[in-house]
Unconditional design. Sequence first.
Length: 134
Amino acid sequence: MLSELHDWMRAEHARMSKHNPVAWAINYMFEEDGRWDAFTRFLDDGRICLTNNAAERALRGITLGCNAWLFAGSPRGGERAAFLYSLIVTAKMNDVDPQAWLADVFGRLPDMPLSRLPDLLPWNWKAQHMDQAA
């Protein structure tokens, strides 16, 4: 099937003007070894996504915040903002509500012994709260 598709695309490419944007895309795919294999890999493995939309959506918040972060006030303020942003993203990546987690952690942190700090990590915090809900 892939070889038939490959041959069909080559034949269509030969019939197109070299200035056609589709011809340019086809030429790009065939001009370097390995590009065709990389392009068709998703046909063999259903876990591979054809687009990078998920990655772009994940980076959208960073892009939108760039202008606001220009005014962190100082390099130290920028470091603090980056630290808090990493905490928020870590919570989201572990399916934890960042606002609830940070409110709980900031409330418990002053009285927490150093040896129990790992209990406040998002993945451990989530497990504790799921046990309490059950």
